[in-house]
Design a protein around this ligand. Structure first.
Ligand SMILES: [Zn+2]
Length: 351
């Protein structure tokens, strides 16, 4: 081999290797390039192998050049490999580029609180029967919470309402403000401002100073209902509440009314539905009676009508009150009312 030939070969190889390396745009093509120059039968490898047949002077000259080219090609190969990997990771959405084929991030989804759900469900049943939703203050005057509902001072019924009083004194040194113990004050407030016919439902928080247990909370929700017009009878009460029970607890429900006492109604009743768990034969849910009490109701006491300026000789009405948490507990099989305010996501996520 002539002296010039070996050197020209190395030079020509270097030029073509560098331009092919530039054109290699994937790791696969990079590997093909490496094999064709530096593999076992690669062009550069063959030049290095042929050194043994050269004269010592030629070997030193061509060998030196070939080894320098080999080092240069290996370094360029490494750089090219990094560049291709960077381009690929950009292409897969790491940095500025966006890959529409990647699956999306799951969005955490909120939901309505079970109390909110059941309140809305109950209200919508009454709204469909022509009742209007009204709301009132949670900090209430004693007058609306008690006096106007036929519970005068010193009435024994007040003992049943373990009242939380607000620390506020009027000019007589009395403390007439409280956290409402029920939603019934809205009956008095609404009748005072509106002439019959009246058909309202009023949801909201109520408060009682009580020890908490599985069925008692010091803060709870109530829904109050009131209908006042000429000629409203007990049959209207029964029909309305029967329809409500069927819509919430199922078409087949039976209802039972029994006498009960509330100062603001006369007569007063409690309303039960037949136990949907055992079908009436008696179980733990219904304490073996076959019936489950779901609310209190009655014909509005004439004194309550008169206190709000409604003529009880012309108008009659019925009223009812229920605890939505109790309705939800029955409907969804929840066994502890404290779960509603515990903010436990394991509970809340089930609704
Ligand atoms: Zn039962």
């Amino acid at each position: 081999m002539a002296e010039g030939t070996g050197a020209a070969q190395v030079e020509e190889l270097m030029a073509s290797a560098m331009s092919e390396l530039e054109a290699a745009d994937s790791l696969d093509r990079l590997e093909e390039w490496r094999v064709s120059y530096m593999g076992r039968r690669g062009r550069l490898t063959q030049i290095l192998r042929s050194l043994g047949g050269m004269s010592p002077e030629e070997r030193r000259f061509v060998g030196g050049a070939a080894n320098r080219v080999k080092a240069l090609l290996e370094e360029s190969l490494g750089q090219r490999e990094q560049a291709i990997k960077r381009a690929q990771s950009r292409g897969s959405g790491d940095q500025d580029a966006f890959d529409v084929t990647l699956p999306g991030w799951p969005m955490p989804q909120g939901g309505l609180h079970p109390t909110t759900r059941i309140v809305r469900e109950i209200l919508s049943v009454f709204q469909s029967m022509g009742f209007q939703v009204v709301e009132g203050p949670e900090v209430e005057w004693e007058r609306y919470n008690f006096e106007m509902l036929n519970i005068p001072k010193d009435h024994p019924a007040r003992d049943a309402f373990n009242t939380l009083w607000v620390d506020y004194e009027d000019e007589n040194g009395d403390k007439p403000m409280l956290l409402r113990t029920h939603t019934s004050p809205m009956q008095a407030r609404y009748m005072e401002q509106t002439k019959p016919p009246i058909r309202i439902v009023s949801p909201g928080n109520s408060y009682r100073y009580e020890a908490t247990d599985a069925t008692h909370e010091w803060q709870f929700t109530q829904i109050e209902g009131l209908a006042v017009d000429r000629g409203v009878t007990f049959a209207n009460l029964k029909g309305t509440l029967f329809e409500f029970a069927r819509r919430i607890f199922g078409e087949d429900r039976q209802v039972r009314f029994r006498c009960d006492f509330f100062p603001f109604v006369e007569p007063g009743v409690d309303m039960s539905i037949d136990c949907f768990s055992c079908g009436g034969s008696g179980c733990r849910l219904c304490s073996g009676t076959g019936w489950i009490e779901i609310m209190g109701a009655g014909m509005v006491h004439p004194k309550v009508l008169e206190a709000a300026g409604v003529d009880s000789y012309i108008y009659t009405g019925f009223a009812f009150g229920m605890g939505p948490e109790r309705i939800a507990m029955l409907k969804y099989g929840i066994d502890d009312i404290r779960l509603f305010h515990a903010n436990d996501l394991r509970f809340l996520k089930q609704f």
